[in-house]
Ligand binder design. Structure first.
Ligand code: GLN
Length: 250
């Protein structure tokens, strides 16, 4: 199968090796006999809602975010339609912030967002930096520990009825207080975790691939054949240990 990926603003939102996430998806798809067709979607480009099985948005600093925010807000309806239509989506850090209703940056300016996720973000005085470990329930009853690195000044406040990606076991997460990390809407996931995220979290990478394939075929999502993930498991363990060493939730 040919999985169609729309990579939003790779020239602007690409810090913390976010491109590594695409590399992992490409490799893990290829090992199952599938191909990834990655299309860059830039400022002013059309985003046809049914054209992608997976949308990806990486992280960026306030300056880059301010440059793409108006365009992302303009694409909000198309992104919403894509997700309602069953497309998968991964948004990391700066991209995660801008897929909410908006972000108030350090200088007080309001950056409008795509309003896919029910949240708003406000920049704080201090940065929240370090390894982080969260517990997710990607499928009902299946608990997965997801490890990564966070580095953000933004505090993301979820609406009361929002579904977080997971609960913080160690680290700050969305706002350093709520105990929640990330957000989920249908097959869309937003998170502060990067580093990049997917090389050390193969279960999450495979979940995204399975959701993308389900969108492509129009069928339910099926678990993918297992791979030898020894190195990935070691990377995950190192990251999880670092988060534990940092102490419990702060
Ligand atoms: N500029 C945002 C913040 O500091 C996002 C940073 C990032 O993507 N790492 O909160």
């Amino acid at each position: 199968m040919r999985i169609r990926v729309g990579h939003l603003y790779p020239d602007y939102l690409n810090i913390y090796a976010d491109r590594g996430n695409i590399a992992v998806l490409t490799r893990r798809a290829a090992l199952r006999g599938h191909e990834l067709e990655v299309t860059s979607i830039g400022i002013g480009d059309e985003l046809a809602p049914g054209a992608y099985d997976l949308l990806y948005v990486g992280g960026g600093q306030d300056r880059e975010q301010a440059l793409v925010a108006p365009d992302l807000a303009a694409k909000g309806r198309a992104i919403g339609e894509a997700v309602t239509g069953g497309a998968a989506l991964l948004a990391v850090c700066g991209g995660y912030q801008l897929l909410g209703r908006g972000y108030r940056g350090r200088d007080g300016s309001w950056m409008p967002g795509a309003a896919l996720f029910p949240h708003e973000t406000v920049a704080g005085e201090t940065r929240m930096i370090g390894d982080v470990l969260i517990e997710c329930e990607l499928e009902t009853g299946v608990h997965t520990a997801v490890a990564g690195f966070e580095n953000h000044a933004g505090r993301t406040l979820l609406d009361e009825d929002a579904t977080p990606l997971g609960r913080v076991l160690a680290g700050f997460g969305n706002d350093g207080r709520s105990g929640f990390e990330g957000c989920r809407v249908a097959r869309a996931i937003g998170t502060y975790l990067h580093g990049p995220l997917l090389p050390r979290n193969p279960a999450l990478a495979d979940w995204l691939l399975a959701q993308s394939l389900a969108h492509l075929t129009g069928g339910p999502s099926e678990p993918l054949p297992a791979l030898d993930d020894e190195l990935e498991a070691r990377a995950h363990a190192v990251s999880a240990q670092r988060a534990h060493d940092r102490g419990g939730r702060r």
